[in-house]
Design a protein. Structure first.
Length: 277
């Protein structure tokens, strides 16, 4: 990889007097303390920021990138008290920024800085959106596994039919018809890998509420469970249309999450090269 100039002066704090890079530390690696970075981004306290930090760690885990190399837990004296903190790599800071609140001025600046640094041609809103999509998809996979287990315990013999009933209720179409309508060329791929945040959230609600309904009402048997899945899907469909005015099937597909993960892993490699220089 050829040497490149990277925009260290894009991201400033304190009315442009201090740059992000100048606030880093070096001790075999380049790092930033999480508590310091929290203040840089405009968060007043750790109680809110810890949710952002936890989602960044979850994103790193989802990418199968070594968490311990990027989020190093340490004890540190802050304001006369010994507290737990994290040493964040540049990539960890990137994931934190992308999971931050873009309504905060310094979070928006940080998102733009890191996207420029990664030489991305996407704007920072899309980049942040894709990190959230990746996490939402991972959470949805966990909920699907949980629903599958409950459904089998309650007498579902053919999970594909049960799953299709939920989609039919939410989209007024069978899964195969839905893929064709949305233009997914590879029928072997899951639609969830191409859904935006809104659609992923709708399906997360559908799946969790289907599981809750089965448990609450003690429903058993293939046909009764398919009826529940379809009914809950239809209720979620109505709620989404009442709120947004858009049918779930009309929500557009977004970038393949396989491509998103590849791009994020490439960003991780680039950031490591920068700090090795």
């Amino acid at each position: 990889m050829a040497d490149m100039d990277y925009p260290t002066e894009v991201f400033h704090f304190d009315e442009g007097k201090v740059s992000f890079d100048s606030l880093g530390h070096e001790n075999s690696i380049k790092y930033w303390y999480a508590n310091d970075f929290m203040k840089m981004l405009g968060y007043d306290g750790y109680s809110t920021f810890k949710n952002v930090l936890n989602r960044a760690i979850a994103a790193c885990t989802t990418l199968n990138i070594n968490v311990a190399e990027n989020f190093i837990q340490v004890k540190r004296e802050i304001d006369g008290r010994e507290l737990l903190d994290f040493k964040l790599s540049r990539f960890a800071c990137y994931l934190v920024a992308m999971n931050g609140d873009p309504k905060k001025e310094n979070v928006a600046k940080a998102q733009l800085y890191f996207v420029c640094l990664a030489e991305s041609f996407r704007n920072y809103i899309e980049e942040s959106n894709n990190v959230e999509r990746m996490l939402g998809r991972e959470e949805l996979s966990g909920r699907e596994k949980s629903l599958s287990g409950v459904a089998q315990q309650h007498g579902v013999a053919c999970y594909a039919f049960f799953q299709n009933a939920g989609y039919r209720g939410m989209y007024n179409k069978n899964l195969k018809e839905l893929k064709a309508m949305k233009g997914l060329q590879d029928f072997g791929r899951s639609l969830l890998d191409f859904m935006g945040k809104e659609e992923l959230a709708g399906n997360w609600f559908r799946i969790t509420q289907t599981e809750a309904k089965i448990k609450k009402d003690g429903i058993y048997g293939q046909n009764p469970l398919e009826e529940v899945a379809e009914k809950v899907g239809a209720q979620v469909r109505k709620a989404m249309m009442d709120i947004s005015g858009t049918r779930p099937e009309d929500l557009p597909l977004e970038e393949d999450l396989k491509t998103v993960k590849k791009s994020l892993k490439d960003t991780h490699r680039k950031f490591k090269k920068i700090d090795k220089k």
